[in-house]
Design a binder for this molecule. Structure first.
Ligand SMILES: C[S@@+](CC[C@H](N)C(=O)[O-])C[C@H]1O[C@@H](n2cnc3c(N)ncnc32)[C@H](O)[C@@H]1O
Length: 336
C-alpha cells in the first residue's frame, strides 16, 4: 500500500467511525418527525418542467409569460403547466407575476442551463381527464377507478375510511349549518356524527332527518350501532339522480377534489336538480387555493389529487368557474 493510499484508508476509516457513532435512532426519529409523504411531488414537478423546457421559455421571455403561451410553445396543456408551475413558484423556482403568469429568477435561469435542461421532451403532456385512465391505473395496471380499486381490497378501504375520518383534523365542527342535511359521499359518517352531536337538540325538535349517502360497499361496512338513530344510511351513487329532494343542505366534503371537471359537473347537476331554489344550500368543504401565491403544501396536494384519481385542488377562481358553469349562484367562501 502506498503512503497516499494508506492516508486515504485512514481518512475513510475515521469517516466510517464517525458515521457509526451517529445515533441512528435519533436521526430516524427526526426524519420521521419531518416525514412528508408528498415531498417528492416538488422534484417531480421540477423534472417535468425541465422536460418541457419551461425554465428556458420563462427565462427567455422579455415580459411575464402566461401558461397559455407556454402551452403553445411546448404542446403541453396550459392547465397542467399552471399546476406544475404553481408548486414550483411556492419553492421559488419561478416567480408568479399574476394568475397563470410567470417570470424567471436566478433559480429559473440555472434550471434552464443546458446541463440541467438536457432532459427529453415528451409530446403528450396532459392533465388526466378520466378517473379510470390515470397514474394509478398505469402503475397498478388496472382499469378500475381509485374507489372501485379500494372497494375490491377491503383492508385498503378500511384504512382509507379511517384516514378520511381524520382528514378534518382537530378543527371544531359545524359553526353554522342547516338543520336537515344530506352528506353526499359521506364515507363512514364521521361528519354526520359531528353534526349530530353539535345540533341534536335542534334536530329532534324540528324533526329533521340526517341522511348519510355513499356506495353500498362503504355503508354496509358501518356497524348499525355506530350511528345515532336519526342518521339514515342511504346507498347512493352520486352519478345518478339524487333521491333526497329539497333538503335544506347537501354536503360534499372532499368529493369534488377527487374528480376531473366533467365528472364534477355530473355530480353537481344531480344535486342542483334535487335542490329547491332560495332554500337548499350546497355546502362544499374543500381546500381553496389562492389564485396566486399558493404555499408548497397546497400546491403539492393538487398534484397528489391529480395522481390519485385525476382530481384537482382548485383555486378560488377555479371553484367559482366550476360552480357558475354548473348553474350555481350566490357563491360564498368561509374558512374553518
Ligand atoms: C375522499 S372520500 C370523502 C369521504 C367524506 N366525505 C370525508 O370527507 O371524509 C370520497 C368518498 O366518496 C365515495 N364515493 C366514491 N365514488 C362514489 C360514487 N360514485 N357515489 C357515491 N359515493 C362515492 C367514497 O366511497 C368515499 O367515501
Amino acid at each position: 500500500m502506498t503512503e497516499s493510499m494508506a492516508n486515504l484508508a485512514e481518512d475513510l476509516s475515521s469517516i466510517l467511525t464517525r458515521v457509526q457513532n451517529v445515533n441512528v435512532e435519533e436521526i430516524s426519529k427526526d426524519a420521521s418527525a419531518r416525514a412528508d409523504e408528498t415531498k417528492s411531488y416538488t422534484s417531480i414537478a421540477a423534472r417535468n418542467a425541465v422536460d418541457l423546457n419551461l425554465f428556458e421559455h420563462i427565462s427567455s421571455a422579455p415580459t411575464p409569460i402566461s401558461s397559455e403561451e407556454l402551452s403553445a410553445l411546448t404542446n403541453a396543456e396550459s392547465l397542467l403547466i399552471s399546476r406544475i408551475l404553481r408548486l414550483l413558484a411556492s419553492v421559488r423556482f419561478v416567480n408568479e407575476a399574476g394568475e397563470d403568469r410567470w417570470t424567471a429568477n436566478e433559480t429559473t435561469r440555472a434550471m434552464a442551463s443546458p446541463p440541467i435542461a438536457a432532459g427529453h421532451w415528451i409530446t403528450k403532456y396532459k392533465v388526466p381527464l378520466e378517473p379510470n385512465d390515470g397514474f394509478v391505473q398505469y402503475g397498478l395496471q388496472t382499469k378500475l377507478n381509485i374507489f372501485d380499486y379500494m372497494y375490491s381490497i377491503p383492508p385498503l378501504l378500511q384504512d382509507f375510511n379511517l384516514c378520511m375520518g381524520n382528514a378534518h383534523g382537530e378543527r371544531e365542527s359545524w359553526h353554522y349549518c342547516p338543520v336537515v342535511l344530506v352528506d353526499v359521499g359521506g364515507g363512514k359518517g364521521h361528519d354526520m356524527q359531528a353534526f349530530h352531536s353539535a345540533f341534536q337538540e335542534k334536530i329532534s325538535k324540528e324533526q329533521g332527518t340526517l341522511v348519510l349517502e355513499d356506495l353500498p360497499q362503504v355503508l354496509d361496512a358501518i356497524p348499525n350501532d355506530n350511528l345515532p338513530s336519526s342518521i339514515v344510511k342511504m346507498p347512493h351513487d352520486f352519478f345518478t339522480e339524487q333521491p333526497v329532494k329539497g333538503a335544506r343542505g347537501y354536503l360534499v366534503h372532499h368529493i369534488l377534489h377527487d374528480w376531473p371537471e366533467k365528472y364534477c359537473h355530473q355530480i353537481l347537476a344531480h344535486l342542483r336538480k334535487a335542490m329547491i331554489p332560495d332554500y337548499s344550500k350546497l355546502l362544499i368543504y374543500e381546500l381553496i387555493l389562492p389564485n396566486t401565491g399558493a404555499v408548497e403544501m397546497q400546491a403539492r396536494y393538487d398534484l397528489v389529487m391529480m395522481t390519485f384519481s385525476g382530481g384537482m385542488e382548485r383555486s378560488r377562481s377555479q371553484w367559482i368557474k366550476l360552480l357558475e358553469d354548473a348553474g350555481f349562484c350566490n357563491i360564498g367562501f368561509m374558512s374553518t
